[in-house]
Ligand binder design. Structure first.
Ligand code: ASP
Length: 352
């Protein structure tokens, strides 16, 4: 059941990393247009921060990025910022555009191996300088969660997304709404905390490393990954075009239902041929909820026979960034397949 911990250490220090996105915008009174503001003046825009009682330091990406422009280069920069400051802070909050936030949270969860401190990614649908902004609550509560302690111990030790009252595992989360304040959902894993009058942590679902090891930050990602979304009637030339891309190493293939795809000979032959070239093809369902079960129907079975591997209940965001991370480590296709079959940091559900 949900447990409540409201114990914040007065001396707790949080590093706030502003990467860009709507949250950091204010309206220019002269022109009426939205512009990023200087985070050195954050407390002027959000005076409530002074009352939190935590030591908050801010770092700002220059220039701030719309998250549709965030990718491996920015993830490496974020990883480095956290690694360089790891020992000086109790927790980290990353302010980020909402559009690709789930990709960033997934990538960081793999790149920050042995993470033992909270990294909370948040943003907002409306700029912090707007009267109806959702940004203030998201920012304030994300900082409180990054500072949360239970009997002196850090409560969160993983990369999470905090948005509109819910704390979600980063590599389980998807952006599901472009309009509503509740824009994110973790369909296949429970909410880690809910912020109402108090912040209630669902302790049994929060990642807890067995042993504390030094943080190992990874800075290599392989971008030669594609997403192939199946469509009824998808023509051979489209599948062939993707699978024959030069340098391609991995494919997240979004299939139907519990992992089904057409059994046409041309389709299976193309997949088989790609697998024989050491391309790792991961089967992810197009459904929001549920797990790929490739042996449930004949269509899924045939995919398994040609060497496609299960992505279990992974999000596309997590499977794609995991492939980037694994190939970035210089692993062989067979080694990558082995790791895709394991949960590295709670990103998939592997039943006993
Ligand atoms: N386009 C913006 C971004 O993702 C939207 C937002 O911040 O919500 O950077």
């Amino acid at each position: 059941m949900a447990k409540q911990h409201k114990q914040f250490d007065k001396e707790t220090s949080v590093l706030l990393i502003y990467t860009g996105g709507t949250i950091g915008m204010v309206e220019n009174p002269q022109t009426g247009s939205l512009e990023p503001f200087n985070f050195e003046h954050l407390k002027e825009h959000v005076p409530e921060l002074k009352e939190l009682g935590h030591k908050i330091t801010t770092i700002q990406f220059d220039p701030p990025l719309d998250s549709s422009e965030v990718g491996p280069e920015s993830w490496i920069k974020m990883t480095k910022t956290i690694a360089d400051n790891y020992h000086d802070y109790d927790g980290f909050v990353i302010l980020h555009g909402t559009d690709t936030m789930a990709y960033t949270a997934s990538a960081l969860s793999f790149m920050l191996e042995n993470l033992n401190k909270p990294v909370i990614v948040t943003g907002s649908q409306l700029p912090i300088g707007k009267v109806r902004t959702d940004g203030k609550e998201n920012l304030i509560t994300a900082i409180d969660i990054a500072a949360a302690k239970d009997n002196g111990d850090t409560v969160i030790r993983e990369v999470c997304i905090y948005f509109q009252n819910d704390l979600l595992r980063g590599n389980r989360t998807r952006k599901i709404n472009a309009d509503y304040f509740s824009a994110f959902k973790s369909f296949n894993y429970p909410t880690l905390a809910h912020a109402g009058v108090d912040i209630k942590f669902n302790k049994e679902f929060i990642y807890h490393p067995d042993t504390v090891k030094p943080l190992k930050a990874h800075y290599q990602l392989d971008e030669n990954i594609a997403v192939l979304k199946l469509l009824p009637g998808i023509p051979p030339q489209i599948v062939k075009g993707i699978l024959s891309l030069p340098g391609l190493k991995g494919v997240v293939m979004e299939t139907f239902g519990s992992g089904n795809a057409p059994c046409f000979d041309w389709f299976l032959d193309l997949l088989k041929e790609a697998v024989s070239r050491d391309i790792v093809i991961v089967n992810i369902t197009q459904c929001c909820i549920g797990i790929v079960e490739m042996l449930r129907y004949d269509t899924g079975h045939k995919l398994s026979d040609v060497g496609v591997i299960s992505g279990y209940d992974s999000t596309t965001e997590s499977a794609a960034t995991k492939l980037m991370y694994l190939f970035g480590q210089g692993l062989t296709a067979n080694e990558v397949k082995e790791y895709m079959n394991c949960s590295l940091i709670g990103e998939i559900t592997i039943s006993e």
